[in-house]
Design a protein around this ligand. Structure first.
Ligand code: TYD
Ligand code: MG
Length: 457
C-alpha cells in the first residue's frame, strides 16, 4: 500500500496523478504511461544563479528538496534569499521558522534586502500549525527551517527524535505531492559529517543539496547529492558577504588566489566540477618519521585513493614513503573525487619528497593505474583551455590525449616517466628518489655499451 502510494506521488510533480494524496487514496489506480501528462514539471528558476545551476534550472513544482549543512554555514540565508527572489517574481513564499523568532528572521531579511511583498513568515514548530498556515497562505513555495525542530503531536515520540523527523518529513512530502507545493526542508548536519537528520530523509525527498565550506572563510560550496530531475555533480559557489550570499560567477582561478609560487609539494590540477572547469591546488607534505605505521592524512581527497597511489609510487616508480608521514590536501575546501587527479597528487608527493617545485605555469592531469600507467581524462581540452585562460603555459598529460591545445603538452605514458621528466637530468642529486622502470637515459647507455663491446653482450 505504502509502495503504491509513493509511486502515485512520484508520477510526476504536477503530473497526471496529482490528487492521489495520502488521505484520499485508498488505492492508486494504474494509468497507461502514455496518458500521463509529461510536459509539466519543468523547473522554475529561483533566480539565485548558483542555486539554479545545482538544481539544473530551478525548483520543480511539487518537488521536495532537502538542504543540509552544518550550523552557521548559511542555510537560512540561502533559503531566504531564494524565497525573496521568487516572491519578487510573483511566486508566493511561506517560510516556516521553527528555530528563530520573527524578529530574528526580519533582521536577516533586512540585511539581505529580502523585505518584499509576497513573502510570508510563520514561527511554528507543530505539523498541524504548519498545515494550517499552508491552508491560509496557499504558497507556491514552502520552506521549513529546520525539519529537526518540527514535531507532530500524532506521533508517539519526543520532538527531535528520528521517528518525529522522519514522520514530519513524510507528511510534508505527501503534502508537497498532493498540492503541487514546492517544498524545501532545511536540515542540520553534525560536525562529524554524518547527516544526522538528513541522511534519514534522503529516500523521502526528490533532491538533496549539501551546503558546506569552511565557516572561517567566506567561500561556500553547494552540491546536489541526489537529484530526481537531472544530473548531480554541478557545483554552486558562493561567497558569504555582509549582505548575504553572493554567487561566484567566474570561479576558474578562485582556489589559486593564495597560492605561493615555487613551493615544493604544490601542484595545480584542472578539475571539472559538473560542467565547469575549476583549477585547484593540491598540496602535499612529506615528513620522515620513526613510527612503524606512519600517518596518512587526506583533506578533500579520498584516503583510500591516497593509499593506493602511495603503493603505485612505491612499486612502479621507485618512490617509497614507507617511513614518512604523508599529508595531502585539496586547497580551499574543495573535494576532489575524480581519478583524473591521481597524477597531480603523485607529482605533489614527489615534489614534496624531493624538495623540488613543479613549475608555476604547469598543470597536471592524468589517472594513474595500478600498473603505473597514466591514462587520459575526460574533457581534457576544456580543462586545458581554462588553464590557458588563467595564464598556465604547460601541461603534463597522458601519452594518448588530444593532439594539440593551447598549452605546451608534456606527454607521459607512465608515472615513472612523469617523475623522470619532471626531475630532469639531475636525479642523482635528489637521493630520496629512485626512479626505476622505463629510463631512456639508462637504456641509451646500455645500448651504447652493447655497441662498443659487441662480443661481451
Ligand atoms: P545562517 O544562514 O543563519 O546559517 P545556518 O542557517 O546554516 O545556521 O548564517 C550563518 C552565518 O552567516 C552567521 O554567522 C552570520 C553570517 N552572515 C553573514 O556573514 N552575512 C549575512 O548577510 C548573513 C545573513 C549572515
Ligand atoms: Mg539557520
Amino acid at each position: 500500500m505504502e509502495e503504491a502510494h509513493q509511486a502515485a506521488g512520484r508520477g510526476g510533480p504536477g503530473g497526471g496523478l496529482r490528487g492521489l494524496g495520502a488521505d484520499d487514496a485508498p488505492a492508486a489506480r494504474p494509468v497507461a504511461l502514455t496518458d500521463i501528462a509529461g510536459d509539466t514539471g519543468e523547473p522554475v528558476p529561483t533566480n539565485v544563479a548558483e542555486l539554479d545551476r545545482v538544481l539544473v534550472g530551478g525548483l520543480v513544482p511539487g518537488s521536495i528538496t532537502l538542504l543540509g549543512g552544518e550550523p552557521g554555514i548559511g542555510k537560512s540565508t540561502l533559503v531566504l534569499q531564494a524565497l525573496a527572489e521568487m516572491a519578487g517574481r510573483g511566486r508566493r513564499g511561506l517560510l516556516v521558522s521553527a528555530e528563530e523568532s520573527p524578529t530574528q528572521v526580519r533582521r536577516r531579511a533586512a540585511r539581505l534586502d529580502a523585505l518584499v511583498p509576497g513573502l510570508w513568515l510563520v514561527a511554528e514548530t507543530s505539523m498541524p500549525g504548519i498545515q494550517a498556515a499552508v491552508q491560509e497562505i496557499k504558497p507556491d513555495v514552502l520552506v521549513v527551517d529546520s525539519i529537526q525542530t518540527v514535531w507532530d503531536p500524532d506521533l508517539d515520540s519526543t520532538p527531535g527524535s528520528v521517528v518525529q523527523v522522519r514522520g514530519c518529513a513524510h507528511r510534508l512530502s505527501v503534502m508537497a505531492k498532493a498540492d503541487g507545493l514546492t517544498t524545501i526542508l532545511v536540515g542540520h548536519v553534525t560536525k562529524e559529517g554524518t547527516l544526522a537528520g538528513p541522511r534519514l530523509l534522503e529516500h523521502l525527498v526528490d533532491t538533496v543539496l549539501s551546503f558546506d565550506g569552511d565557516r572561517h572563510h567566506a567561500l561556500r560550496l553547494l552540491r546536489s547529492v541526489k537529484h530526481r530531475f537531472g544530473p548531480t555533480g554541478e557545483l554552486g559557489l558562493f561567497e558569504m558577504t555582509g549582505a548575504g550570499l553572493e554567487g561566484v560567477a567566474d570561479p576558474g582561478g578562485l582556489f589559486l588566489v593564495d597560492r605561493r609560487c615555487g613551493t615544493p609539494g604544490s601542484v595545480v590540477f584542472p578539475s571539472m566540477e559538473g560542467q565547469r572547469p575549476l583549477l585547484v591546488e593540491i598540496q602535499a607534505l612529506v615528513v620522515q618519521t620513526p613510527m612503524v605505521s606512519p600517518r596518512r592524512s587526506a583533506t578533500g581527497f579520498d584516503a583510500g585513493r591516497l593509499a593506493l597511489l602511495l603503493a603505485v609510487l612505491d612499486r612502479r616508480a621507485g618512490l617509497s614513503l614507507a617511513h614518512h608521514d604523508v599529508y595531502v590536501s585539496a586547497v580551499g575546501g574543495v573535494r576532489i573525487s575524480e581519478p583524473g587527479a591521481d597524477l597531480a597528487v603523485c607529482m605533489a608527493l614527489a615534489s614534496a619528497q624531493t624538495g623540488k617545485p613543479v613549475g608555476d605555469d604547469v598543470v597536471v592531469l592524468g589517472e594513474v593505474g595500478l600498473g603505473g600507467e597514466v591514462r587520459q581524462v575526460a574533457h581534457t581540452p576544456r580543462r586545458l583551455a581554462e588553464a590557458a585562460r588563467l595564464g598556465f603555459a604547460r601541461a603534463l598529460v597522458a601519452d594518448r590525449g588530444p593532439d594539440e591545445g593551447p598549452l605546451a603538452l608534456r606527454r607521459v605514458p607512465t608515472l615513472a616517466h612523469a617523475l623522470d621528466q619532471y626531475l630532469g637530468g639531475d636525479r642523482s642529486t635528489l637521493s630520496p628518489l629512485r626512479v626505476v622502470g622505463a629510463d631512456p637515459a639508462a637504456a641509451e647507455r646500455a645500448a651504447a655499451q652493447a655497441a662498443a663491446h659487441p662480443a661481451s653482450g
